[in-house]
Design a protein around this ligand. Structure first.
Ligand SMILES: O=C(O)C(=O)C[C@]1(C(=O)O)C=C[C@@H](O)C=C1
Length: 268
C-alpha cells in the first residue's frame, strides 16, 4: 500500500491514514506545490544547522571493523530505528540504506494507494547522497575538524532526509500531472520518450520563481538577528546564493528526473 500524508501548518492536507476516506480531488498540483514550498523552509533550516560545524571529513572515511564510515554507520542505525517506528511506511519517505530494514513495530494504518506501485519503489538516494557529500557540503561548511561527529552526523541526516523527501515528492507531482492530462502523457510514455516527458512536465517560470524565493528565504532565515540596526547586513549562516544554486542545479533537476522515471513506468 502506497499512502501519503502531509500537512501545511496544523492543517493536514493529506493524512490518509487518519482520514480513512481519501478523495481524489485533494490530490492536485496547487496543494502539492504548497507542500513543496513548505519543504523549502525545512531544507534551509537544516542547512543552517549543519553549517554550524566544520566539514569533519574524518567522519566520512572508511573505518576498519565498521564496513564503511562512521557516518554510514550512523545513518544505517538511525534508519533502522526509524523504520521500526514506521517512517518508511509513508510513500514520501525513502531510506538511504533500504536493504534489510526492520519491519515497523505497529502495522501501517489504512492507507489509500496514490502512486503506481512500480513508480513507488523509485529511490535515487544514492545520487542525493553523492551530490550532498561531494558538492553541497564543501559549499556550506568551513574546512576543519572539531571532533563533534555525533551531532554533525545527525545534522547531515536531517539535511539528507529533507532533500530526499522533497525530491521524491516528484512522484506525486508526476502522478497528478498524469491524471490531469492522461492523453498527452500516455503518448510519450508508450514510446518511452524521456525528452517529450521532460518538456511536458517543465514549467520554467515556476522554476525561476522557486530559485528566487529560496534565495530570499535564506536571506531572512540565515541572517544574524541583532537589536542594533544594520549591524549584520550581508552576513549569513548559509550563503543565500548557494541555496538558490542548490535548487537550480540539483533539487529541481533531480525532482524532474524522479518525475520522468515515475512516468516511464506509469503504464506498466
Ligand atoms: O511544480 C511543478 O510543476 C513541478 O513539477 C516541480 C518542479 C520543482 O522541482 O520544483 C519541477 C518541474 C517544474 O518545471 C517546476 C517545478
Amino acid at each position: 500500500i502506497v499512502g501519503f500524508s502531509a500537512a501545511i501548518g496544523n492543517t493536514p492536507v493529506f493524512n490518509v491514514s487518519e482520514m480513512g476516506n481519501f478523495s481524489d480531488d485533494m490530490l492536485n498540483l496547487d496543494t502539492l506545490r504548497k507542500i513543496l514550498v513548505r519543504e523549502e523552509d525545512t531544507i534551509i533550516f537544516s542547512l543552517i544547522e549543519r553549517a554550524k560545524y566544520p566539514m569533519n571529513s574524518r567522519m566520512y572515511d572508511e573505518r576498519p571493523g565498521l564496513s564503511g564510515s562512521l557516518f554510514e554507520f550512523f545513518v544505517k542505525e538511525s534508519e533502522a530505528v526509524q523504520a521500526k517506528v514506521g517512517r518508511y511506511s509513508s510513500a514520501e519517505e525513502n531510506a538511504f540504506f533500504p536493504d534489510n530494514l526492520p519491519p515497523p513495530l505497529l502495522p501501517p494504518g489504512d492507507s489509500q494507494q496514490v502512486l503506481h506501485p512500480r513508480g513507488a519503489s523509485i529511490n535515487i538516494n544514492g545520487q542525493i547522497m553523492n551530490m550532498y557529500r561531494k558538492q553541497l557540503l564543501p559549499l556550506i561548511t568551513s574546512d576543519g575538524d572539531d571532533g563533534s561527529y555525533a551531532i554533525t552526523a545527525a545534522r547531515d541526516l536531517d539535511c539528507l532526509q529533507a532533500l530526499s523527501k522533497r525530491i521524491h515528492l516528484g512522484k506525486f507531482v508526476a502522478e497528478i500531472k498524469f491524471r490531469e492530462s492522461p492523453e498527452n502523457y500516455t503518448r510519450a510514455i508508450r514510446v518511452q520518450d524521456k525528452d517529450a516527458l521532460m518538456k511536458l512536465l517543465t514549467f520554467e517560470s515556476v522554476e525561476e520563481m522557486i530559485k528566487k524565493r529560496v534565495e530570499k528565504k535564506a536571506m531572512v532565515f540565515a541572517q544574524d538577528v541583532d537589536l542594533k540596526e544594520n549591524d549584520n547586513v550581508g552576513k549569513y549562516k548559509v550563503n543565500p546564493s548557494v541555496v538558490s544554486r542548490l535548487y537550480g542545479e540539483w533539487v529541481i533537476p533531480l525532482t524532474k528526473f524522479v518525475e520522468v522515471e515515475y512516468l516511464l513506468c506509469r503504464l506498466d
